[in-house]
Design a protein around this ligand. Sequence first.
Ligand SMILES: *Cc1c(COP(=O)(O)O)cnc(C)c1O
Length: 384
Amino acid sequence: MPFTQLQTELDERAAQGLLRSRRTLESPQSPHIVVDGKSYLAFCSNDYMGLANHPHLIAALQQAVLQHGVGAGAAHLVSGHSDAHHRLEQRLASFVGKPAALLFSTGYMANLGTVQALVGRGDTVFADKLNHASLNDAMLLSRAEVKRYRHGDIAQLEQLLEQTKNGRKLIVTDTVFSMDGDIAPLRELLALCERHDAWLYVDDAHGFGVLGEQGRGSLSHFGIDSPRIVYMATLGKAAGVFGAFVAAEPAVIDTLVNHAHSYVYTTATPPALSIALLESVNLIEQGAALREHLHRLIEKLREGLADLPWKLMQSDTAIQPLLIGDNLQALKLSEGLRQRGIWVAAIRPPTVPQGTARLRITLSAAHSEADVERLAEALHELAR
Ligand SMILES: *Cc1c(COP(=O)(O)O)cnc(C)c1O
């Protein structure tokens, strides 16, 4: 049988507590979800601003479908680029303070297409070891040489840059690290780029909408801006909808339009999504109260979990991982919470390094303080 070996490999993964499977959500995304017929208080979405089920976005999408139909019907370079896409690109560019922007279907595709279009054979990509998997895949696809530096280790990165004499140099980093919640030292990274004539590609999947003035993202958070920075953010997390964009100098954007395969060779997203996203950017811009509430929740969680036998990792963002270490113990804790009606995902290798399995707790502006108290109580019960 050709597939018996696959089953053996799956069985081995299961024995190590590494087998992944899906649960089926039967409600909209929100802190209170229904999974397989049971209600849970959930701490595992990336819907940081609580917009995924927001009435304004629902209304905007309903209206937009009546006006724009459902499918785009073609790629952007053929006949799929609608005025809705175009308006959203302009709005996003000005929102994050860049001259131009380009919409992609997903963040994964934005990373693949951008890195592949900007560097190739003879060039070098420098990457933080904890970068998102899509960035790692993007580097491999680009065929550039890959040099990875220890998480946040600017000194090591500088050495690697000094050793690199030829070709283009592109530093690639998550802004908020998706499984850790800490923020990359963007100011120092930009200074290195200037000293070594390199570009900086930042993946702001977890910063856009939550960090910076009016949720403008990580560049605004650090108050930095440079034509060397190519900015990427996703629109399915804090923005609550779907998609991603890259914002940069016009020459970069035009290069992507011409050379990013994951932009050129794919159908445009439904234009109605762009209309909903225009409304989402408005809500983000006016979302100061939501962001303040989110920060109160983060403080409350950190206080509430301070005396557990497991430690929260160092993080000021909505991603608050509780470090467990052992895969099976992380699964067991996640299961214990589930029995108490609370949903928190256990994250295991290869998503995170060996021996660092964790509960990835994420907070949303849609959570209440009582929700956070309930999680803290359940974890204290499980610790006893
Ligand atoms: C989620 C995520 C992506 C992928 O974005 P999608 O729109 O979900 O494909 C890319 N980078 C990071 C850091 C992410 O967390």
